[in-house]
Ligand binder design. Structure first.
Ligand code: CAA
Length: 380
C-alpha cells in the first residue's frame, strides 16, 4: 500500500492550490453574496487543463488519474465550494458518461471541447416529483424518424444556464419502468430546450442551479448515449463517480474550515492565552482534523480504485456519506471556535457551514448512500 502521492499528483495539487488561493479565493465571499457565477474562473480552469484532468489527450484532456481529479476538486473547495462543484459536475456528471458510453464521434464532438474548457457540461436527472426515487421520472423521449422528441422538465440542475452540453435522462418505454429510461446529449440552444427558474440557495450560491424544460425538443437519435433502455444504469454508474467528487468537495470545505479555525485559535487570546491551547478548543480542533483526514482517505481510496479499474460504487457512497457528515460537523464546530466572529460574514466559516450542507443532500442524500452501501453489503 502506498500513501505518497506521485510527482504528477503533487504537481497538480500545487498548481490547483496556487490557482485557488490567487484566483478563486479573493472573490469567493463576494460571489457568494451576489449569487454570481464567474465564467472566467471556468475558462482559467480550462487553460490549466483542469476541465479535462482524467480524459486522455486524444479527447482534449491531460490524461491524469481520478485521484488527481479529486485532489483538484478538494483544493478548489478548500476556498470555494461553488467552484469545486462546478468542476465536479462538469467532469463526473457530464464528462464521465460521454467518455464511458459515448461513440467516437460523440467524444470528439462533445467531450473534447468540454475537456478543453471551451464548453461546460451538466447532468439532468432530478425532476420535481423524482429526487431519491430517480427511476420514477416523467420526462419522455418519443422516437420520430431519425429523432427523439423530449418533453418534460428537470430541476436543481448544477451548471445549468452556463453549460452548453447536457446529459439528460428520459423515458423511452414507460411500461419498462427503469429499464425504459434512455440517456441523451442535448445542446444548449436546441429548439424546445429552455432554462427554468434559477434557484436562490442557502450555500454554494455562486454555482448556478436552474430548472431545465423540454417542450417538443427534437434531438437526433445519434445523440443517444448507449442504447435505448441503458439510461438508468448510465445514470447510476455516473453517480458512483460523481459521489466521490462530492466527497472531495466536502473534504475541501472541511479542510478550509479547519485551517481557518487553527489560525484563529492561535491568534485569538482569552483569559490571557490563545484559545487553541485551552482544552475546550484544542480537543475540538483535534476531532475536526481527525475526521477530515479520515474523509480524505476514504475519498482518495475510492478514486484510486476507479483509476485501477476496481469496483468503487460502495466506496464512493461511503466517502460521500462520511465526508459530507464530517464537513457539516467540522464547519459547525469552526463557527463555534470563532464564536461571535464566526457568525458574521467578515469571516469565511459561516460560508463554509452553509456550503457544507448540500454535500449531505445532492448526488443522493446521505440516507440514500446508506441504502446503497447496505444493499451492496447484503448482496456480497
Ligand atoms: N451501477 C450499475 N447499475 C446499477 C447501480 C449502479 N450503481 N445502481 C442500480 N443499478 C441497477 C440495478 O442493478 C438494477 O438493474 P436490473 O434492473 O438490471 O436488476 C437497476 O439499476 C435498478 O436498481 P434498484 O432496484 O436498486 O433501483 P431503485 O429504483 O430501487 O433505486 C437508488 C436505487 C439507489 C435509490 C437510486 O434511485 C438512487 O441512487 N437515487 C438517488 C438519486 C440521486 O442520487 N440523485 C442525484 C441527482 S444528481 C445531483 O444531485 C447533481 C448535482 O446537483 C451536483
Amino acid at each position: 500500500m502506498e500513501f505518497l502521492l506521485t510527482e504528477e499528483q503533487q504537481m497538480i495539487r500545487k498548481m490547483v492550490r496556487d490557482f485557488a488561493e490567487n484566483e478563486v479565493a479573493p472573490t469567493a465571499a463576494e460571489r457568494d453574496e451576489e449569487e454570481r457565477f464567474d465564467r472566467e474562473i471556468f475558462d482559467q480552469m480550462g487553460e490549466l487543463g483542469l476541465t479535462g484532468i482524467p480524459w486522455p489527450e486524444e479527447y482534449g484532456g491531460i490524461g491524469a488519474d481520478y485521484l488527481s481529479y479529486v485532489i483538484a476538486v478538494e483544493e478548489l473547495s478548500r476556498v470555494c465550494g461553488s467552484t469545486g462543484v462546478t468542476l465536479s459536475a462538469h467532469i463526473s456528471l457530464a464528462g464521465w458518461p460521454i467518455y464511458t458510453f459515448g461513440t467516437e464521434e460523440q467524444k470528439q464532438k462533445y467531450l473534447r471541447p468540454m475537456a478543453e474548457g471551451k464548453k461546460m457540461g451538466a447532468y439532468g436527472l432530478t425532476e420535481p416529483g423524482s429526487g431519491s426515487d430517480a427511476a420514477n421520472m416523467k420526462t419522455t423521449a418519443k422516437r420520430d424518424g431519425d429523432d427523439y422528441i423530449i418533453d418534460g422538465s428537470k430541476i436543481f440542475i448544477t451548471n445549468a444556464g452556463e453549460a452548453e452540453i447536457y446529459v439528460v435522462f428520459a423515458v423511452t418505454t414507460p411500461e419498462k419502468k427503469h429499464k425504459g429510461v434512455s440517456a441523451f446529449i442535448v445542446e444548449k440552444g436546441t429548439p424546445g430546450f429552455s432554462m427554468g427558474k434559477k434557484e436562490s440557495k442557502l450555500g454554494i450560491r455562486s454555482s448556478p442551479t436552474l430548472g431545465i424544460n423540454f417542450d417538443q425538443c427534437r434531438v437526433p437519435a445519434e445523440n443517444m448515449l448507449g442504447n435505448e433502455g441503458d439510461g438508468f444504469k448510465i445514470a447510476m454508474m455516473t453517480l458512483d463517480g460523481g459521489r466521490n467528487g462530492i466527497a472531495a468537495q466536502a473534504v475541501g470545505i472541511a479542510q478550509g474550515a479547519l485551517d481557518a479555525s487553527v489560525n484563529y485559535a492561535k491568534e485569538r487570546k482569552q483569559f490571557g492565552k490563545p484559545i487553541g491551547v485551552q482544552q475546550g478548543i484544542a480537543f475540538k480542533l483535534a476531532d475536526m482534523a481527525t475526521k477530515t483526514e479520515a474523509s480524505r482517505l476514504l475519498t482518495y481510496q475510492a478514486a484510486w480504485r476507479e483509476s485501477q479499474g476496481i469496483s468503487y460504487g460502495k466506496e464512493s457512497a461511503m466517502s460521500k456519506l462520511f465526508a459530507g457528515d464530517t464537513a457539516m460537523e467540522v464547519t459547525i464546530e469552526a463557527v463555534q471556535v470563532f464564536g461571535g466572529y464566526g457568525y458574521i460574514k467578515e469571516y469565511p466559516v459561516e460560508r463554509y457551514m452553509r456550503d457544507a450542507k448540500i454535500t449531505q443532500i445532492y448526488e443522493g442524500t446521505n440516507e440514500i448512500q446508506r441504502l446503497v452501501i447496505s444493499k451492496m453489503l447484503l448482496a456480497d
